[in-house]
Design a protein around this ligand. Structure first.
Ligand code: SAM
Length: 296
């Protein structure tokens, strides 16, 4: 009988190719048979943190020469990777955890390798994004992945305003020291009624998935400091579909009005949304007046 490892080995793995390999997001057992085969086969590993990756690979009995490819050197490292690929090597790209390129280095390396005319071959596997969504339920059937929000509160609020009318569920990544603040900011931007999934420490010992409303989120986190520890994915229900046509583009107009005149804001909003410019102009005028009154 054919073994699973034979199925992985039976495939053709071209030389001179970059293999983008997902690794576990916590539980070391969450690696695919094909990933192990390819990590064993490649000549070199392009890793976000070479020490971390060496430790992970040691657990699978794999040791390979590595190249550091992180946020700050992705371009120059890509040149070295391409030179090795042109010599006929196979190279795997891995990040510290999960899928490279998803809020992680890897995407620029992929661009550079493809621009050099060399093949890029993805090996699917764990990602905090899909892991959280798989256990979220039907309300996230359509989603937008946002990842990390800006850390400065003003920039964060501006980005959240642009997302407020999005009918799709929104997926965020967040670090433990900002989890309460960010959850509160989500409630301020979207109102307290939407559903929220707080997915913490996925696949790890202290994994927890808690569903509540945006209004309840901060208090739930603050009720026990253990709930604020570890790694987080936040999933927020999308905007309700049935909005008055009148205020459907308020979030966009409000953001544009911070920098532009009523006329320019209406013109750009019309280009972006396809809605009639006159109606947007009237609405922008009202919003601008409302803002003036609030500031008086
Ligand atoms: N590339 C990774 C992926 O595919 O999910 C994401 C890397 S990003 C630098 C790290 C963030 O992903 C964490 O701050 C957290 O928001 C999320 N994350 C990673 N592992 C997680 C886990 N086990 N549970 C919950 N969130 C996790």
């Amino acid at each position: 009988m054919l073994q699973i490892s034979d199925l992985a080995a039976g495939q053709h793995y071209p030389t001179g190719a970059l293999y983008v390999v997902a690794t576990p997001i916590g539980n070391t057992a969450d690696i695919t048979v094909r990933a192990l085969h390819v990590l064993g086969l490649v000549d070199r590993i392009a890793a976000e943190d070479t020490r971390n990756t060496a430790q992970l690979l040691a657990r699978y009995g794999i040791s390979k020469p590595s190249i550091a490819v992180h946020e700050h050197n992705e371009r120059s490292a890509a040149e070295r990777v391409i030179a090795h690929l042109k010599n006929g090597e196979r190279i795997a790209c891995v990040s510290d955890a999960g899928t490279p390129g998803i809020s992680d280095p890897g995407a620029r390396l992929v661009d550079a390798v493809r621009e050099a005319g060399l093949p890029v071959i993805p090996l699917p596997g764990a990602s905090a994004l899909t892991t959280a969504l798989s256990a979220a339920g039907a309300w996230v059937a359509e989603f937008s992945f946002v990842g990390f929000l800006p850390t400065k509160s003003k920039q964060r609020a501006t980005q959240l305003r642009t997302l407020a009318d999005n009918p799709m569920a929104l997926v965020f990544y967040e670090a433990p020291h900002r989890i309460v603040e960010t959850t509160r900011a989500l409630g301020e931007a979207f109102g307290g009624e939407r559903q929220l999934l707080i997915a913490r420490e996925l696949t790890k010992l202290h994994e927890s998935l808690h569903r509540c409303t945006l209004a309840e989120g901060p208090a739930w986190l603050e009720a026990d400091t253990n709930r604020q520890r570890g790694e987080f994915v936040l999933v927020v229900q999308g905007a309700p579909e049935a909005q008055d046509a009148d205020d459907a583009h308020d979030a966009l107009l409000t953001t544009l009005l911070e920098e532009l005149s009523v006329k320019s804001a209406a013109r750009i909003a019309a280009t972006l949304t396809g809605a009639p410019r006159n109606a947007l102009y009237e609405r922008a005028l009202k919003l601008a007046k409302r803002d003036d009154t609030a500031e008086e």
